[in-house]
Ligand binder design. Structure first.
Ligand code: PBE
Length: 576
C-alpha cells in the first residue's frame, strides 16, 4: 500500500494566492511605507560628496571603538569609493539600516513581551527556530508575490531572517536581571512599567544590543539573496558577477561587503559601551548624530513629497522610469542596456532579478491593469496568457530574429556518440516549445510536461533519435538557465535521452556558468545558445572550446514588452 503524497505545496500555494488576492491593498500600503523609509535613508546617505559620510562614519567608529577601527573605516570606505562601488554601498547600507530599524521596532517589543510571559515565550521559541532554519531564500518567493520585485521583498525577507536574535536576546537579557534587584524595586513599590524601563531594560541593554548586532550581520548576509528579486546594491554586483563569470568584479564587490560588515559589526558591538565614553558622554555624541540624521531625514522627506509635476502623466512617471528585467546574465539584459543607450533613456533604470520574478511582477500589474514595461522574448507563454505587444524598435537595438543553438563539449562525439547524435538531431518549432511552456505555467511539473509533449509528438521525437544507439545507462549531463523557454527545451531533450536509456542529469545554472561549464567539459551540453546576437559575448569567449551543433529552433524575438492596454507603441515613446 502506498500513502499518497501530501499536497503541502499545493496548500501553501492556495494560502499565498488567497493572501495575494485579498490583502493586496494592505501589502501595497506596507510596501509604500517601507519604500518611503528606504528612499529617505538612501537620500540622506547619498547626500553630498562621499567624503562627508566617510568622515562621519570614521568619527563614529573612533568614538565607539578607538583608533584601529577608525583608521580601518576611513581607508576601507575610501577604497570602496575608489573602486566605483560607492552608490552600490549606499544602497546596501540603506537596505541593512531599514531592515534593522524594522527588526528593532518589531523585535524588541516581542522580546519584552516574551520575557514577561512564559506562555508567550514557549509559543514563540519554535517559531523563531523555524524562521532561522528555513532557508532564507524561500521567503523571497511569497515576498515577490506580495510586494513585487525590488528592494521591499528583499528587506522583508531580511527582517524575517534577522529578527530572531533580537527577540531571543531581549528576552534573555531581561530574564537575566538578578532577582534581588527586582525584589528591591518591588519593595519600593514600583509599577511594572517602572520596573521594566528603569531597571530591567537598562540592565539588559548590553545583551539586547548583542542581539541587534547579530541581526545586523544576518541582514547584511541577505543582500546577495535580495538582489535575486531586484534589490540593488553590492549584492546585485556580486550576483551580476556570478551570472557573467566576472571574477575580478565579483571579488571587488565581495570585498566591499566585507568592509561594510566589519565596520557595522565593530560600531554596533561597542555602541553601548563606547571607548571614549569617559572623554565625552555618549548622550552628547549619539544625540548629535541623531539630530543630524533626523534633520537630514526631514529634508529628504520634504524633497520627496514634492511631486514631479513635469513628468506627471507620461509613461515614464507612471512606471517610475523602471523597466522590469530578468537575470543580469541574460543577453536580453545587455540588449536592453544597449537600447537604453541608443534611445537615450537616461532617466530610466533596468531592474535586475530573474525571469520568474519578472513574470510574477507582470502578472501582478496585468491583473490590476497597471502600466508595466518588461523585457520579453518569444517563444514565451506570456504572449498566449496575456495580451501583450512588443514596442517597435526602429533603431534595431534588439537585433533581428535569431536561432537557438545546441552546444556540446569537445570530445562528446567520441565518448558518447549516441547522445551526441540525438542532441545534433534535436530540432523543433516555436509552437512546440510554447506548448510545453504553457503546460508548465499552468502548473505541470517540467518533467511531466516534457513527457506529455513527447508522447503526443512521437513522430518528431523519432526523427531526433533515428539511427542513434541506445544509452544503456550512459551518463549525460545538460546545463540550462531558469528561463521559461530553456526549462522547456532542456526538459524535453532530457526526457528523450532518458527514454533512450541514458542516465540524464539536468543542472540549473546561471548564463555565464552554462557556457563555461560546457566549454570546460564539466557538462556535456546545452540547448540554450541564442545566436547570433543575444549570446554573442559568451559565444565569442568560449568559441574555440565548445562544439556548435547548429540551431534547434528558429524564429525567436527579443524586445521591450508591454500589455496591450498601454497606449505606447514604440521605444521612442518612452522618451516623451
Ligand atoms: N532569454 C531567453 C535569454 C535567452 C533565452 C531571451 C531570456 C537571454 O536573454 O539570454
Amino acid at each position: 500500500m502506498s500513502i499518497p503524497k501530501l499536497p503541502l505545496a499545493h496548500w501553501v500555494d492556495i494560502i499565498v494566492e488567497w493572501i495575494t488576492q485579498h490583502l493586496g491593498a494592505f501589502f501595497d500600503g506596507i510596501s509604500a511605507i517601507i519604500g518611503t523609509l528606504l528612499d529617505i535613508i538612501m537620500t540622506v546617505l547619498g547626500y553630498g560628496p562621499p567624503i562627508i559620510l566617510i568622515l562621519l562614519l570614521t568619527l563614529l567608529a573612533l568614538y565607539t571603538s578607538r583608533w584601529g577601527v577608525a583608521i580601518f573605516t576611513f581607508i576601507g570606505l575610501l577604497l570602496v569609493d575608489n573602486l566605483g562601488l560607492w552608490d552600490a554601498t549606499i544602497k546596501t547600507l540603506a537596505l541593512v539600516i531599514a531592515s534593522v530599524v524594522i527588526t528593532i521596532v518589531i523585535g524588541i517589543p516581542i522580546g519584552i513581551w516574551s520575557s514577561q510571559n512564559d506562555k508567550v515565550r514557549k509559543a514563540i521559541t519554535p517559531i523563531l527556530d523555524f524562521m532561522q532554519t528555513m532557508p532564507a531564500f524561500v521567503y523571497l518567493i511569497p515576498a515577490i508575490l506580495f510586494f513585487g520585485i525590488g528592494v521591499v521583498p528583499g528587506i522583508l525577507a531580511s527582517v524575517i531572517f534577522a529578527i530572531p536574535p533580537t527577540i531571543r536576546l531581549t528576552n534573555l537579557g531581561i530574564r537575566e536581571v538578578p532577582k534581588d534587584l527586582i525584589e528591591a524595586t518591588e519593595a519600593f513599590g514600583s509599577t511594572t512599567s517602572q520596573k521594566l524601563f528603569k531597571v530591567q531594560l537598562p540592565l539588559a541593554a548590553p545583551t539586547i544590543l548583542a542581539g541587534v548586532n547579530q541581526s545586523i550581520m544576518l541582514a547584511l548576509s541577505m543582500v546577495v539573496f535580495a538582489s535575486l528579486v531586484g534589490a540593488p546594491g553590492l549584492g546585485a554586483e556580486v550576483y551580476r558577477a556570478v551570472t557573467q563569470i566576472k571574477v575580478g568584479e565579483g571579488f571587488e564587490a565581495g570585498l566591499a561587503i566585507v568592509i561594510i560588515a566589519i565596520i557595522l559589526d565593530r560600531i554596533s558591538q561597542n555602541f553601548i559601551k563606547p571607548q571614549f565614553d569617559k572623554t565625552i558622554q555618549k548622550k552628547w555624541i549619539y544625540g548629535a548624530f541623531t539630530i543630524v540624521f533626523l534633520v537630514a531625514c526631514i529634508f529628504a522627506a520634504i524633497g520627496q513629497a514634492r511631486p514631479d509635476l513635469k513628468g506627471a502623466g507620461n509613461v515614464g512617471s507612471q512606471v517610475n522610469y523602471e523597466i522590469t528585467g530578468i537575470d543580469p546574465g541574460a543577453g536580453l539584459m545587455k540588449a536592453t542596456e544597449k537600447a537604453m543607450k541608443d534611445y537615450q533613456l537616461k532617466k530610466w533604470t533596468l531592474k535586475e532579478g530573474s525571469a520568474a520574478a519578472m513574470t510574477a511582477q507582470l502578472k501582478k500589474a496585468y491583473e490590476k491593469k497597471q502600466p508595466i514595461i518588461v523585457t520579453g522574448w518569444t517563444p514565451h507563454w506570456m504572449f498566449s496568457k496575456y495580451k501583450l505587444k512588443y514596442l517597435d524598435d526602429p533603431k534595431g537595438s534588439f537585433g533581428k530574429g535569431e536561432a537557438i543553438h545546441t552546444m556540446v563539449r569537445k570530445g562528446l562525439k567520441e565518448d558518447n556518440p549516441g547522445a551526441y547524435q540525438i542532441l545534433d538531431q534535436f530540432y523543433w518549432k516555436p509552437s512546440d516549445m510554447e506548448e510545453v511552456m504553457l503546460d508548465i505555467e499552468n502548473g505541470a511539473k517540467p518533467e511531466d510536461a516534457a513527457k506529455k509533449w513527447i508522447k503526443q509528438h512521437a513522430d518528431k521525437v523519432s526523427q531526433w533519435t533515428k539511427g542513434a544507439p541506445k544509452g544503456n545507462g550512459k551518463k549525460v549531463s545538460l546545463v540550462y538557465v531558469a528561463w521559461e523557454s530553456e526549462i522547456a527545451s532542456t526538459n524535453v531533450i532530457g526526457a528523450v535521452l532518458k527514454q533512450e536509456g541514458y542516465n540524464v542529469s539536468l543542472k540549473q545554472v546561471e548564463a555565464g556558468p552554462m557556457f563555461a561549464g560546457v566549454a570546460d567539459g564539466s557538462a556535456d551540453g546545452m540547448v540554450a545558445a541564442w545566436l547570433p546576437t543575444t549570446h554573442k559575448d559568451y559565444y565569442n569567449k568560449y568559441k574555440g572550446k565548445l562544439v556548435d551543433l547548429g540551431p534547434n529552433l528558429k524564429g525567436t524575438k527579443l524586445g521591450l514588452t508591454v500589455p496591450k492596454y498601454m497606449k505606447i507603441n514604440s521605444i521612442e515613446d518612452l522618451k516623451k
